[in-house]
Design a protein around this ligand. Structure first.
Ligand SMILES: [Mg+2]
Length: 355
């Protein structure tokens, strides 16, 4: 194989991993290609396993992320993958690779944040490993979960005509990251957005409810943004998807952030640091829904529902007022192209463009 990792990308590396043959397809109900692996358990049970890495300089920044937020988020992002299957979390395994000169109280605060989330969601920290790292904080967490095998919600089971829903509001986390990095946390809307970035809320209650009531036909969590999540779910289900960009739910805080940003774009003498600027989309007068379509890090759930079950979703809040808002944003469509062309469908009218 020629070229470098940057040429083959994450997808290329995963393709190589897929070349490792399964020994027992009977035991492994779902391997690579969903939010969690699904392993056959005793009786009607299934074991869920997920793993995520967080690296200083890539997934967080030592300089501007408080250590308790790093501990909380490492667990939360793994919990979000359990939520996306509809499962209940159980045990965590943590690998810490740390530079020798790191302050001990950084690690102490990291565990304080981790423990808060572990207690809230009933997770045991069951083991792991600690190693020296030559230059930067590197963290890896593996989390297990359990659920009834016949309730597991896969990415791949959406049907043509299913309604597409998303939880919460989108775009907040990426806006918060921009503000945090630019050290602009003084306004009330900024602290809301920064909090959404540092402390994502895993949607475990919602995921459980959707699985238990067999309401979701397919589900994924939005780690890399709505556009990518929709594409992954649609590809796994061998369908296409149409999203009404106007319907993407956004917070008042994001709307305030975008309107200030649009003003800045008209007055180029801005005070943001160059690094933060480069993260911002180039477009003038961006609408918050357009920003939210591409922004990552929200860890909301994207799920599909058969048309006959839509009323049930609309009524969830009557019995579960604590749930995040649920918004209908589109419909699953037949895919007339092969998978490679899916992105073109997305760019050439598959999306109903906003204004
Ligand atoms: Mg995921």
């Amino acid at each position: 194989m020629s070229g470098q990792i940057k040429d083959i990308g994450e997808e290329g590396v995963i393709a190589l991993a897929r070349s490792v043959k399964y020994h027992s397809a009977k035991r492994l109900l779902k391997g690579i290609g969903d939010d969690c692996a699904v392993i056959r358990g005793a009786g009607n049970s299934a074991l869920l396993v997920t793993t995520d890495v967080m690296l200083d300089g890539v997934h967080f920044a030592y300089e501007w992320c408080p250590p308790e937020s790093v501990g909380a988020k490492l667990l939360a992002v793994n919990l979000s993958d359990i939520a996306a299957m509809g499962g209940k979390p159980e045990d965590a395994f943590l690998c810490l690779m740390l530079p020798e000169n790191l302050a001990a109280n950084w690690v102490e605060s990291f565990f304080y944040g981790f423990n808060k989330i572990a207690q809230r969601y009933g997770v045991n920290l069951a083991g792991g490993d600690v190693s020296r790292h030559p230059d930067r904080i590197t963290l890896a967490l593996t989390l297990t979960g359990r659920m009834r095998r016949d309730e597991v919600v896969y990415r791949s089971r959406a049907r043509e005509g299913d309604f597409i829903y998303v939880s919460g509001t989108l775009g907040d986390a990426e806006a918060g990251m921009t503000l945090l990095q630019a050290q602009k946390s003084t306004t009330p809307f900024a602290s809301y957005l920064i909090n959404r970035y540092l402390y994502p809320d895993p949607r475990l209650e919602l995921g459980r409810l959707l699985a238990r009531t067999r309401t979701a036909t397919a589900m994924i969590d939005l780690s890399d943004g709505l556009a990518i999540g929709v594409r992954q779910l649609a590809q796994a289900s061998r369908l296409s998807a149409e999203i009404e960009v106007d319907n993407i739910p956004v917070s008042e805080e994001l709307t305030a952030f975008i309107s200030i940003k649009n003003n800045h774009n008209h007055h180029p003498s801005q005070s943001l640091k160059p690094k933060a600027q480069s993260l911002m989309p180039k477009a003038q007068n961006l609408f918050p829904q357009e920003f939210a379509l591409r922004a990552g890090g929200d860890y909301e759930l994207l799920f599909t529902v058969k048309p006959e079950n839509v009323r049930r979703v609309e009524r969830f809040h009557l019995n579960h007022p604590e749930l995040p808002q649920l918004t209908h944003i589109g419909t699953m469509k037949e895919n007339k192209t092969d998978n490679d062309e899916w992105t073109n469908v997305l760019g050439n009218g598959g999306w109903k463009h906003f204004r």
